[in-house]
Design a protein around this ligand. Structure first.
Ligand code: BG6
Length: 527
């Protein structure tokens, strides 16, 4: 975790904030290195396995470039791409270019970035190729101590073999080695456990960084501060005051030709079991003993252990169909029209699940998780809905208070509350107290989730990474349901591309103590 800056960032420019981050980063790295024989200028090598793939091109290389551009990486960091295709650094550069967002004035720095890159072609399952990779790494390190980071942007089918080879031939000899892994972490409890056992047989938990990129998002990281640094919220954060909690993820596009991949997983594995459940843990957990990563993750695990496995009755499943009236030709096509999706697939592209946390704080409070593709908007948010005012004197008019944490787009926190309508009247109306980041922190550019997470790996902070026991508890909640859906070939409810999802989901939310009034819409303030 990068140390917190003390002064307010509201009036700082991005450059001033970056300077602050650099300063704290330096001291974090130094703290971490203290007591070892390393000094701050120790070489670091960042190896991207799967360098020619989608994830590397769209996320990893751009992230490394932005961190390098902003001088946030340790001095003396070099980058090694590794994949099967016979390519050059220039080929990789071309593949990545459209995602790198290079400004004309950054051209020089951009050249410098690529001059620090190497590329090695090799197969994932041949030990000899990893030996060659290791040789290259060693020749770059020039026999001084160096730290190595391996980013596994790989298909799950080669996770095991490649990690075995890394362990056997590519570990740093005099520095540390850290392994960054991306989902999918298995398909169910058993396969995930197999992968965890395999990784545990090779690496210590401290060497493993399981990425859930939602943990790198500004507002997800803010949940802990919001809850535990404000007296105003904590006394009401419980079953006595909160009626329901809704955690939503909506995307306005379908599988976009990625249906072949998506169909193997479905929306529950793709988004709900990881991103939404991580958010739920942070919203629901008890206050950790400290901000130490293990104290936080201990609390997250405890919450997950209080959730029973989901039943079919707890969920609404949907699959999008084309909207014949849409203007955009893409929206006329349904999930099954994607040529990469197997004919007749029953994979859900929408899911709502109602979870109950069986502990003293949350007994009987529904946590409604919903996520879907090809919906009416892009939005991810947490909506805490408070109970009705008891002993109402206003003839039943007050609407429920809500605390909304909007993750994206347009980070914001707002509280919906009732106020007297201004003027000569005693009527009331709904309004909000609003912290919209673009208005409050005008000059700030928020870093991308991957930027924060990759920096955390350099710093050795596992606070925003998933521990193996969290993963195992998460799978316990979903596995029986996923198996049942697959075994009984449960048919998802069709919903139109661009709609709000299946109507049945609204019913389910209503049954679970969520009130939708439709009388109020938060309007994003103008910039
Ligand atoms: C990924 C899912 O983990 O998250 C994608 O695999 C999804 O299907 C993506 O589109 C959403 O991430 P973000 O950061 O764009 O909200």
């Amino acid at each position: 975790m990068i140390k917190r800056a003390n002064s307010t960032t509201a009036d700082k420019t991005t450059e001033q904030s970056l300077a602050l981050i650099r300063q704290s980063l330096k001291s974090t790295l130094m703290d971490h290195l203290e007591g070892t024989h390393f000094d701050g200028s120790i070489p670091h090598v960042f190896v991207i396995l799967g360098a020619s793939g989608d994830l590397a091109r769209k996320k990893i290389y751009p992230t490394l470039w932005w961190l390098f551009r902003d001088n946030l990486l340790p001095e003396n960091t070099t980058f090694f791409g590794y994949s099967r295709s016979k390519l050059t650094v220039n080929d990789i550069r071309e593949k990545c270019h459209q995602y790198m967002k290079v400004k004309p004035e950054e051209e020089g720095k951009y050249e410098e970035f690529w001059s620090l890159n190497r590329y090695i072609a090799g197969s994932y399952d041949t030990r000899r190729d990893y030996e060659l990779l290791n040789k290259e790494l060693e020749s770059n390190e020039k026999s001084v101590a160096a730290n190595r980071l391996f980013y596994l942007a790989l298909p799950p089918s080669v996770f095991e073999v490649s990690t075995t080879h890394i362990r056997e031939v590519c570990m740093a000899q005099k520095g540390w080695t850290r392994i960054i892994v991306e989902k999918p972490f298995g398909r169910d409890a058993a396969s995930s456990e197999q992968l965890s056992n395999h990784l545990a047989s090779l690496f210590t938990e401290e060497q493993l960084y399981r990425i859930d990129h939602y943990l790198g998002k500004e507002m997800v990281q803010n949940l802990m501060t919001l809850r535990f640094a404000n007296r105003i919220f904590s006394p009401t954060w419980n079953r006595d005051n909160i009626a329901s909690v809704q955690i939503s993820f909506k995307e306005p596009f379908g599988t976009q030709g990625r249906g072949g991949y998506f169909d193997e997983f479905g929306i529950i594995r793709d988004v709900m079991q990881n991103h939404l459940l991580q958010i739920l843990s942070l919203v629901a957990m008890e206050k950790p003993a400290s901000c130490h990563p293990n104290d936080i993750r201990d609390e997250k695990v405890k919450v997950l252990r209080c959730i029973s496995p989901l039943e079919l009755d707890d969920v609404v499943l949907g699959q999008y169909v084309g909207n014949p009236n849409a203007k955009d030709p893409e929206e006329k096509l349904g999930y099954l029209d994607d040529p990469t999706v197997p004919a007749g697939s029953n994979t859900p592209t929408y899911a709502m699940a109602v979870m109950k946390i069986n502990n003293e704080r949350w007994d009987n409070v529904p946590f409604i998780l919903r996520c879907g593709k090809a919906l009416n908007e892009r939005k991810a948010e947490v909506r805490i809905q408070y109970k009705d005012v008891p002993g109402d004197i206003f003839d039943g008019k007050p609407k429920r208070n809500e605390l909304v944490v909007r993750l994206q787009p347009g980070e914001a926190i707002y509280v919906k509350f009732m106020t007297k309508s201004p003027g000569i009247t005693f009527d009331m109306e709904e309004t909000e107290m609003d912290l919209t980041y673009n208005s409050r922190y005008k000059k700030m550019k928020l870093p991308d989730a991957y930027e924060r997470l990759i920096l955390d790996v350099f710093c050795g902070s596992q606070m925003h990474f998933v521990r193996s026991d969290e993963l195992s508890e998460a799978w316990k909640i979903f596995t029986p349901l996923l198996h049942r859906i697959e075994k009984e070939k449960i048919t998802p409810i069709p919903y139109e591309y661009g709609s709000r999802g299946p109507k049945e989901a609204n019913e389910k939310a209503k049954e679970n103590n969520f009130r939708y009034y439709g009388s109020y819409k938060w309007v994003k303030p103008e910039q």
